[in-house]
Design a binder for this molecule. Structure first.
Ligand SMILES: Nc1ncnc2c1ncn2[C@@H]1O[C@H](COP(=O)(O)OP(=O)(O)OP(=O)(O)O)[C@@H](O)[C@H]1O
Ligand SMILES: [Mg+2]
Length: 344
């Protein structure tokens, strides 16, 4: 007999005791039932931070426990601003920008790792490096070939060792270290060309690695591409959380869905004694989950083995328990992604 459902049970206890009950949390607009936050958050806390009617939620949870019924989802208010017309591209099914607002938090790394996770599961994956002035994707994947012209006479992006299509500014510069000193409109135009002029072929998931900030590059991507859902990357540092909040607001203002939060550099495990050190302070994941309404997909530790693989272009070889957990949670949210390929 599972434990009774009370306001002080953690969400995870309830989800574990009653398989399928996460749909009841979901119907009430509580997206974190399946994510890390739920291990600590009680029903009372969840209802509080998400501004929910706790009595109604408890009633529906108890009804599910008795009868297995899931209530109809509570409607989200319709957005007043209609989304702008976005150019679809034949063959590309989903577009997933990875952003943060804050520099150096690991956006490119997370973009790479999520792409690798899907590629390992057999999906056709592409990465468009939208960081035109500070590109890093080619380096992470050890790709140096230029885009090539196929039999169709069209330019195609080169592929990584595992077959991920990668396009990055560095792949068309004479030298990797050459500086690209461009103003915003040229950056926007380069991103649009990488997307529109390249022959990507069949891509199930096209990840877009965005530069820090909330200006030209993210605006271009969110306004001109049919984005399925954005991933937000942060670190536990208070400053990062504040700047990441701005990125969340930008995405929300432009009516793009946020599908998950990834917290990077969450801690470091001291190899001499196995102690977990929270170098940037305690996790701020809950705060970002509340702001974005999207689940926390994973918390990655600072891992020197990962730094080494990134520096030597071998990100595709990375494996760890925390990365596995992130990949599993990410796969879990994929069905919620909007499809962008309807017109093709
Ligand atoms: N969890 C981690 N463990 C080890 N090294 C990491 C981790 N996260 C990031 N790094 C290292 O830090 C580097 C910088 O991260 P990354 O380039 O992904 O940040 P970014 O947010 O994309 O930066 P920018 O704002 O400049 O685009 C990575 O190449 C990697 O070497
Ligand atoms: Mg980057």
């Amino acid at each position: 007999m599972p434990a009774p459902i009370s306001p002080d049970s953690t969400i995870r206890e309830i989800v574990d005791a009653y398989p399928g009950i996460d749909r009841v949390f979901g119907a009430h607009g509580l997206p974190c039932a399946g994510c890390h936050v739920s291990t600590r958050e009680t029903v009372r806390q969840g209802a509080g931070v998400h501004n929910l009617d706790m009595k109604a939620l408890l009633g529906d949870l108890e009804r599910f426990a008795r009868e297995g019924t899931v209530p109809a989802p509570r409607r989200r208010p319709a957005s007043a601003v209609p989304p702008p017309e976005r150019k679809r591209k034949v063959g590309i099914s989903h577009i997933v920008p990875v952003m943060s607002g804050k520099g150096g938090v690991g956006k490119s790394l997370v973009t790479g790792l999520l792409a690798v996770a899907l590629r390992r599961r057999g999906y056709d994956v592409g990465i468009l490096d939208a960081d035109i002035t500070g590109p890093s994707m080619a380096r992470l994947f050890g790709v140096s070939a230029r885009p090539y012209h196929g039999a169709d006479k069209k330019p195609h992006p080169p592929t990584s060792a595992s077959g991920i299509s990668v396009m990055s500014m560095n792949l068309i510069l004479e030298q990797e270290s050459q500086a690209v000193i461009w103003r915003g409109p040229m950056v926007s135009s380069a991103i649009k060309q990488f997307y529109g002029d390249l022959e990507w072929g069949k891509i199930d998931y096209l990840f877009i690695d965005l530069p820090p900030g909330t200006s030209d590059a993210p605006l271009t991507v969110l306004q001109s591409m049919p984005v399925s859902g954005a991933i937000i990357v942060s670190t536990p540092q208070g400053l990062a959380t504040m700047i990441v909040s701005k990125a969340i607001k930008l995405v929300q203002q432009l009516n793009a869905p946020i599908i998950g939060i990834v917290e990077n550099m969450s801690y470091f495990v001291d190899p001499t004694n196995g102690r977990r050190l929270e170098l940037f302070g305690p996790s701020k994941g809950v705060q970002l989950v509340v702001e974005s309404g999207a689940p926390l997909l994973g918390q990655l530790p600072i891992d020197p083995a990962l730094t080494e693989l990134c520096d030597t272009g071998r990100i595709e070889e990375y494996r760890s328990e925390e990365y596995d957990a992130l990949a599993r949670n990410f796969i879990h949210v994929l069905p919620a992604l909007a499809t962008t390929d309807k017109a093709s």
